[in-house]
Write a protein that binds this ligand. Sequence first.
Ligand code: 5GP
Ligand code: MG
Length: 170
Amino acid sequence: MLLHEEEILTRVNTLATEIQGVYSTVTELTIVALLNGCLIFAADLLRRLTIPTRLESLSVESYRGATHSSGVVTFKQALPDLRGREVLVVDDILDTGRTLAAVIDQVRQAGAASIRTCVLLKKRRGRAVNVEADFWGFEIDDLFVVGYGLDYAGRLRNLPYIAILQERAD
Ligand code: 5GP
Ligand code: MG
């Protein structure tokens, strides 16, 4: 076990407060949630925001059922029209940074007025591309983690806590 459910939810509360502080003067915030990984985090975060908020979701893929990034970010659909919107991109975890960098690029092209990023977890190791999160829940070592939305080959997303995936020695 890396992070207990209570620990995660307490942090999500304070993250929501931080986010609201930064967006207190905007008329509306648009969350762009990166599915499937951030589904549970985004749902918990969203319910703690009291400012006017819109939700868009985007299916992106950078892993191919294994524990290593493919390095290629695939968008499964076109982006919505984001012209003039204050966008907060929400993802589960920041690792190499390729996913966030690719999404930021697309969101910019879709005409967003401002773009910030929020991840529940960020890995301590260096990024492959130059991108950082404006808001993050926890910083973790370079481990493969599962649960609270994060999967291993499509499974284990339903764990209410976050655990380190153990490689079998055999
Ligand atoms: P990046 O593009 O920053 O390398 O990776 C971001 C994406 O890779 C995340 O959205 C997530 O889907 C996946 N990812 C990175 N690290 C982990 C991990 O430790 N566990 C799981 N389940 N997914 C990860
Ligand atoms: Mg993901």
